[in-house]
Write a protein that binds this ligand. Structure first.
Ligand SMILES: CC(C)(COP(=O)(O)OP(=O)(O)OC[C@H]1O[C@@H](n2cnc3c(N)ncnc32)[C@H](O)[C@@H]1OP(=O)(O)O)[C@@H](O)C(=O)NCCC(=O)NCCS
Length: 217
């Protein structure tokens, strides 16, 4: 019978140090770490400049919700909420940093334990950094963390079928296409179909060395 302990391989020690305050993941070109209140100025600059690039692929902002782009206190509260998710084990958020500068986000969301041992990964990158393979690198670093540190069994990435750049990320990593879930997530005010791409720990164990050497190190 498959055991969760069997996922942990000792041949290549992880550079992740998960703590209640968060982990830092270091790749070939990227550093992933939780976003902190002092990242606000860079966050505001990137989110403002990339608003049109990003918002068409994101849930609509709820009326009256705190403005994390325009309000430093609201951004600090968002950072605090992410820290609490880490402490509760329900999620793990990372900023993507290129040459020390904030360049996007990748998050492990909705962690389910019990018999599911599953979570969802979402991401975005600064438009100026698009097309450099940063997101696949970040996904591989996060998959390693999810399977080898968090000991999850399954990760899913959900993509609107017409979002070709995001589909390319999943396809280049050869994640398994599980088909289209209809009216799956609210994106920009519309219940959108999503392609569900998945990978389980068994697949990770088999493919980890190739994925890590191709994308992450
Ligand atoms: C989807 C996204 C995260 C991909 O990130 P990335 O770091 O550019 O990923 P890659 O460099 O691997 O490029 C993926 C694909 O994007 C496309 N692409 C490349 N440069 C691009 C550019 N300047 N603008 C738009 N798309 C571009 C290409 O099709 C590429 O595939 P290829 O490598 O086979 O040519 C990024 O496009 C993004 O943040 N988009 C807006 C938000 C979003 O869609 N988030 C995901 C929701 S599921």
């Amino acid at each position: 019978m498959w055991s969760r302990r069997s996922q942990v391989k000792a041949d290549q020690p992880s550079n992740a140090s998960p703590t209640a305050a968060g982990a830092t993941l270091i790749g070939r070109r990227l550093v992933l770490r939780p976003i902190v209140p002092t990242d606000f100025d860079q966050w505001r600059e990137v989110r403002t400049r990339c608003e049109a690039w990003l918002t068409k692929w994101e849930p609509a902002r709820v009326a009256g919700a705190p403005d994390t782009v325009g309000d430093r206190q609201a951004f600090a509260a968002r950072c605090g909420a992410r820290t609490r998710e880490i402490q509760m084990g329900s999620g793990y958020g990372f900023g993507i940093f290129v040459d020390g500068y904030f360049a996007g986000e990748i998050n492990i969301n909705s962690v389910h334990r019990g018999p599911f041992q599953s979570a969802y990964v979402g991401y975005w990158i600064d438009e100026r950094h698009a097309g450099h393979g940063y997101t696949p690198e970040a996904v591989v670093l996060v998959l390693r963390f999810a399977f080898e540190q968090m000991l999850l069994h399954r990760i899913q990435i959900s993509v609107i079928p017409r979002n070709q750049p995001s589909r390319r990320v999943a396809e280049k990593l050869e994640l398994r296409n599980e088909g289209v879930a209809e009216r799956y997530l609210e994106i920009n005010g519309v219940w959108e179909d999503h392609v569900r791409y998945a990978i389980t720990s068994e697949e990770w164990t088999e493919r980890r060395d190739d994925l890590l050497s191709s994308w992450a190190y």
